[in-house]
Design a protein around this ligand. Structure first.
Ligand SMILES: [Ca+2]
Ligand SMILES: [Ca+2]
Ligand SMILES: [Ca+2]
Length: 170
């Protein structure tokens, strides 16, 4: 049983430099799953409040944290994957406004396909299930959202270790 605990803040600073590029570790968020799982991360502004939301996808579901003035604050799960038959599966997440209502929706890829979580406002999400279906359980999966044909609608790129599918938003 995968257990998700809320993200917690730890402050620790470290800095690295590589060929003129400088990075400093500013925030650390910890997650307890109980055992190693595949994770995926993306940032967006889900509630259009001007504060960045970070989404952490895993086989157990999707956690959200929002940037406050001086830290990321856990906002809990926006999606819990109930009855997951494959807790070791590879997952990916990305965001796009698929129905063009001004609210960013979430695409969640697994070897079984791409689920869409429709953002219905007030930080609530409606699970539309596997909108794109795949029947190969033995692949790893990722998803990327981009307007590939430049018609103003967010399209979905679903990549697995056996093929990459581009789904145009019609
Ligand atoms: Ca936000
Ligand atoms: Ca939307
Ligand atoms: Ca498009």
């Amino acid at each position: 049983m995968v257990k998700l605990l809320s993200l917690a803040l730890a402050i620790g600073l470290s800095a690295v430099t590589a060929n003129g590029m400088n990075f400093e570790k500013k925030y650390t968020l910890t997650t307890e799953f109980g055992f190693p799982v595949d994770v995926s991360v993306v940032t967006t502004d889900l509630d259009n409040d001007g504060k960045i939301d970070m989404l952490l996808g895993s086989p157990a579901g999707i956690l959200r944290a929002e940037m406050e003035k001086d830290r990321f604050e856990s906002k809990g799960l926006i999606y819990k994957f109930e009855n997951n038959k494959n807790p070791n599966m590879r997952v990916g997440i990305d965001v796009g406004d698929f129905n063009q209502d001004g609210l960013k929706d979430v695409a969640y890829a697994t070897p079984e396909g791409v689920r869409i979580l429709e953002n219905i406002g007030n930080n609530k999400f409606k699970d539309l299930g596997y909108v794109i279906k795949n029947d190969n359980m033995f692949v790893s999966a990722d998803v990327h959202v981009a307007d590939v044909n430049k018609d103003g609608k967010d399209d979905i790129i679903y990549a697995t270790s056996s093929e990459t599918q581009i789904w145009l938003n019609k």
